[in-house]
Design a protein around this ligand. Structure first.
Ligand code: ADQ
Length: 446
């Protein structure tokens, strides 16, 4: 973006991928090949925020077809349990191929001899194969940040074989959960000539591809340091007062996405108020919903639905100066986010499907005071690791969700402490640098 004096400054894009990878890129001193976020933008390679960045340009039309279209209106809903119906358009697929090729060429031109190239996420699934054709000397890793669907869903994709072959160009394909890795293995066996032998997929030319789970995490230290900062703690206390010092602050922090189950959360909270299980003086729900993919139709519809729900709940149960739901449709800096995490008695994470969910791990990292409770959907990847200390829920089961939210609100402090200890034992010993070391070590060992 341009600043007032005409200079250019860079703003990091919101979301889990950048949160997780920025510290890894700083630690490994590599170049990050990516899109700047604006159409036709192709600055020369530059450094910012301790990272070397190489920009790949994209036209406005490609953004519409490749990014908003194939990536976010075909693959995203298909990989998230078809919560929204995926759209299959041949011109979107053509744009996906063209942009993947451009990324492969860019990576091929900056990678040193025998370098490790680590490709991220569903927007670039053809790059491993394309890059291998250009640069057979490279070691190629791929990590999928979102779920990988079972055969019943993936088989819908008209280009299923091409996507699988694209991924099979990698030496190592990493997933968030073990189930995703086995979905990939069985799909590769069904739709390509690969055969699973001794835990590796063996291709026709004899090359082996490993599919494994590497659950991603966050930079725990960064969140913990902010949470210990007296100014942030003061801000948390102020937030509590600003929302009326209720007994229970429930918090949701999500990109405004239909996978995140924000509506299910509101429905449960609204019913608790309607029945009088909690009063608006006792409990408020603060929902941070970061604007996301605003040009994609399903996201526009979602925003309307969510805001209708907020309006209804506040209309029915709010008073002047005291809404029952505090709905914030904007991005926040890390300091304010951590202050919110510290102010929250119950963190409500209810995705219908989520690769991992870093917000759950951020909440745990912030709570060195061993207070607070985490309500976590069993459909988030994080449930595999945090199931012992969190309250797991099926967000489709509204009665179950209501019961669990009430239990979390009424949790006795000793049990809260015990649960938070369990959660923190896991999160603090599994931060993103461990994830990076494990996946990059596995890749180098091939
Ligand atoms: P996301 O779907 O973006 O990530 P998540 O893992 O929760 O979901 O990460 C969101 C990140 O954005 C968190 O670090 C959070 O703090 C931050 N954030 C959210 N709202 C914000 C706001 N208003 N202002 C500033 N920051 C905000 C994808 C997958 C996930 C997977 C990650 C990482 O969908 O399942 O966990 O990648 O692999």
């Amino acid at each position: 973006m341009s600043t007032a004096d005409g200079a250019t400054s860079w703003r990091r894009s919101p979301g889990g991928l950048v949160t997780a990878l920025a510290p890894v890129m700083r630690a490994y001193d590599g170049a990050w090949v990516g899109w700047t976020g604006s159409p036709d933008d192709a600055p020369a390679p530059f450094s910012t925020d301790d990272m070397d960045l190489v920009a790949v340009p994209m036209s406005a039309e490609e953004i519409a077809l490749y990014y908003e279209g194939f990536s976010n209106a075909t693959l995203w809903p298909l990989y998230h349990d078809v919560i929204v119906q995926p759209e299959y358009h041949r011109e979107w697929w053509d744009a996906y191929r063209a942009v993947n090729r451009r990324f492969a060429v860019a990576a091929a031109s900056v990678a040193a001899q025998n370098a490790v190239v680590f490709i991220q996420d569903y927007q670039l699934q053809l790059v491993p194969q394309l890059l291998r054709e250009l640069r057979p000397d490279l070691k190629i890793g791929f990590f999928l940040h979102i779920p990988f669907p079972p055969t019943e869903l993936f088989a819908q994709l008209p280009w299923r074989r091409q996507i699988l072959e694209g991924l099979l160009g990698a030496d190592l394909v990493g997933f968030q959960r073990a189930g995703a890795a086995s979905n990939f293995e069985s799909l590769a066996e069904t739709f390509t000539s690969a055969v699973l032998r001794d835990d590796a997929l063996v291709l026709e030319d004899g090359r082996e591809v490993l599919a494994r789970a590497f659950p991603i995490s966050i930079q725990v230290e960064e969140v913990a340091r902010l949470a210990e900062d007296p100014e942030v703690q003061q801000r948390a206390a102020t937030i509590r007062e600003e929302v009326g010092s209720p007994q229970h602050i429930l918090l949701g922090v999500d990109r405004l996405d239909y996978t995140k189950g924000i509506g299910h959360r509101f429905k449960a909270f609204g019913e608790l108020l309607a029945e009088g299980s909690v009063t608006p003086d006792e409990a408020v729900l603060v929902q941070v919903a970061t604007p996301s993919r605003e040009r994609v139709e399903a996201y526009q519809t979602l925003r309307d639905e969510i805001e209708l729900q907020v309006g209804r709940i506040n209309g029915d149960y709010g008073r002047i100066g005291h809404p029952a739901v505090h709905y914030l449709h904007s991005s926040y800096d890390r300091t304010e986010l951590v202050a919110l995490l510290l102010a929250a008695d119950v963190m409500v994470v209810t995705p219908l499907r989520d690769g991992m969910n870093l917000v759950a791990k951020e909440y745990v990292s912030a709570r060195s005071d061993l207070r607070g409770a985490l309500v976590l959907s069993e459909f988030a990847g994080a449930a595999d690791e945090l199931g012992d200390g969190a309250f797991l829920v099926n967000p489709h089961d509204i009665d179950g969700l209501k019961r669990t939210m009430l239990t979390a609100m009424r949790l006795d402090p000793a049990e809260a402490e015990q649960r938070m200890k369990l959660l923190r034992d896991h999160v603090t010993s599994h931060d993103v640098s461990r994830w990076a070391t494990e996946i990059l070590t596995a890749l180098r060992a091939i």
